[in-house]
Ligand binder design. Structure first.
Ligand code: SF4
Ligand code: SF4
Length: 85
C-alpha cells in the first residue's frame, strides 16, 4: 500500500514542560467544545517527589498538532508530517 501522510510527528521534551495544561485545554476545546483537561488526548503528569514531568499522547490522538502549536515552553515540537501505511 502506498504511504500516506496523516498528522504530524510531535517531539516531546518533558524537561521543558511547565505543566501549564494549555495543550490539554486546546485539545479538549477543539474536540469536545470545553476546557476539560481530563478529556484531552494528551496527558501531562505533574512533577512529584523527584519524579519529573511526563507528557504522552493517548489513544484517540490524531496528531493534528494543535497542542504543539500552542505550547509556549518548547515541550512539544512538530518535526514533520507523520507517515502511515
Ligand atoms: S506540554 Fe507545553 S502546553 Fe502542555 S503542559 Fe507542558 S508546557 Fe504546557
Ligand atoms: S495532537 Fe491534536 S488530538 Fe493529539 S493531543 Fe494534540 S491537539 Fe489533541
Amino acid at each position: 500500500m502506498a504511504e500516506r501522510m496523516k498528522g504530524y510527528n510531535i517531539l516531546v521534551d518533558p524537561e521543558k514542560c511547565a505543566s501549564c495544561l494549555v495543550c490539554q485545554m486546546r485539545c479538549s476545546l477543539l474536540y469536545f467544545g470545553e476546557f476539560n483537561p481530563s478529556k484531552a488526548f494528551i496527558e501531562v503528569q505533574w512533577p512529584d517527589q523527584g519524579v519529573p514531568n511526563a507528557v504522552r499522547f493517548t489513544e484517540g490522538c490524531n496528531y493534528c498538532g494543535v497542542c504543539a502549536r500552542n505550547c509556549a515552553y518548547g515541550a512539544l515540537t512538530i518535526t514533520g508530517r507523520r507517515k502511515v501505511s
